[in-house]
Design a protein around this ligand. Sequence first.
Ligand code: HSE
Length: 434
Amino acid sequence: MQQVNFGIIGLGTVGSGVFDALKLNGDLLSSRIGVRVQIGRIAVRSIKKCSSKIPRNLLTENWRELIDDQKIQIIAELVGGTTIAREIVLAALKAGKPVITANKALISAHGEELFAAAKKFGTNLYYEASVCGGIPIIKSLREGFVGNRINALYGIVNGTCNYILTRMKLEGADFAGVLADAQRLGYAETPPDLDIDGHDAAHKIGILASLAHGFWVNPKKIHVEGIRHVSALDIKFAGELGYTIKLLGIVKKCSSACRVQVSVYPTLIPNSHVLASVNYAFNAVFVHGDVVGDSLFYGRGAGKDPTASAVLSDIADAALDLKFSNKHRIPPFVPHECEGAVLPIEEVVSQYFVRLNVADKPGTLAKIAAIFGQSNIGISSVIQPEGHEGKSVPLIFMLHYATNGAVQNALKKIGKLPVVKGKPVMLRVENFEK
Ligand code: HSE
């Protein structure tokens, strides 16, 4: 059997997961693809700190040795970050070696440059592990759905936020306590701001949007809101209305040609929708293709083993490139929609949940409803809970379809009314209507 040697650069959680998974299933993988896959070298920051189970003869502290070593045919960049990681990936591609990365921040920020380099040097860059760990969503979009236009894609792609929102809903737990648990369990990034402010999800959703729509999505164009401002009250009222709040990545084709909504924000989704049942640290991606219809992918989005599983699948692809040449395969990213662009959030149309804290006196509702009316925004329902105490009361509106720009403007005016106390809370509602 032909043998392929690959080099691992970075032996943190993901790198050691790959080492263990290959020990467990390396023979199985090799017999399935007809190529013996072997670890040739491993570059680490400090050999002294490396676990004793790693054979010393494999180790080096100089990653460039792996790039220059003719016997190392594939490079797995597992160091993280966007500086040295970019240098490693570019150097390996330049050497004509297929590269594997688990690095979503790198792909999100530099994908366009890196895929262009892969093309220039006649090799491939694989990145299955960069989005949703164990869920093979990249390969599914690239190969399984190659004959579909992706009209809509909705993703619960951040385990930390999903874990926090699930426990807030099911246990009435408070945000800070649950975040500490998520950190202890190893779901959250360090610092956790990347997770809870939505940026980790935006990296992943931008990559999926680029792949689905064939133009590279500039991460700066993605509208991102995290979950810091989601309160127990919002979760409670959303529940009373039949909704669950999830941090949802949305990639949706708009009616205007080549414009795509790409956003991440806490969203009310109907309890009856399958994504509402995706709980704790699990991830899920719901895809609507014009030929296939609805599909759901569910699994673990992070952690040593699910991520290692994705890296192994990329190793298999890279090894097959070497066996058969990569000319016969669908490249990992092919630009094909050159006119494509992200629709600015102000122009995105959705439904809304608005929670206000208002003075409990006659005329309050009329003043607020008048502003929505003047802004041409329809109200679909209103709740004011009975049995409240004190001088102010929560007032919840569900709004019909309107642009984000129109709703933001109306809320600015409403926020200035003397009867409205504090800043209006606005969350979007996704009813998955086609
Ligand atoms: N911190 C991420 C999450 C995992 O919570 O989903 C890695 O992307």
